[in-house]
Ligand binder design. Structure first.
Ligand code: FES
Length: 167
């Protein structure tokens, strides 16, 4: 039996020495918001935070994560989707199919915690996640909206939805 600190709770699990953190999170702890994409740490769909550092959980053996390290998944970012990054993502309709988006949000949240006003270069460096739907422009816009305090209009990023409402 091994133990992880996930989303503020100590959770016990059993796995082989080399079982990736991703599979412990998904299959043993039921936290399926973190996605399997490429399996080789390239696409970022599996991104979680370990002590605040964005980490690709598909290649990180769970056994190498100590119970004193804080793992945060998309389910733990906020209790109700109210994290500023999640709100900006919703306001700007960032996701398309959505598969990559929990990883994108986790990467963006880590970036904005470290750098409250990221430059385009900062965003380019931090957001190496791959989106098969090509939502990159909206990801960048949402990160900038958060940097502007969540005000999409002040950030010059307001969008008009098909129902006429403005975000
Ligand atoms: Fe579909 Fe990114 S929204 S892969």
């Amino acid at each position: 039996m091994a133990r992880l600190n996930v989303n503020g709770k100590l959770r016990d699990y059993e796995a082989e020495e080399d079982t990736p953190l991703l599979w412990v999170l998904r299959e043993q702890l039921g936290l399926t918001g973190t996605k399997y994409g490429c399996g080789v740490a390239q696409c970022g769909a599996c991104t979680v935070h370990i002590d605040g550092v964005p980490t690709r959980s598909c290649v990180r053996p769970a056994a190498t994560v100590g119970a004193n390290e804080k793992v945060v998944t998309i389910e733990g970012l906020s209790p109700d989707g109210s994290h500023p990054v999640q709100k900006a993502w919703a306001a700007l309709d960032v996701p398309q199919c959505g598969y990559c988006q929990s990883g994108m949000i986790m990467a963006a949240a880590a970036l904005l915690k470290q750098t409250t006003k990221p430059t385009d270069a900062d965003i380019d460096t931090a957001m190496s996640n791959i989106c098969r739907c090509g939502t990159y422009n909206r990801v960048r816009a949402a990160i900038k909206a958060v940097a502007q305090g969540g005000d999409t209009r002040a950030a010059g990023l307001a969008i008009v939805h098909v129902d006429g409402s403005v975000a």
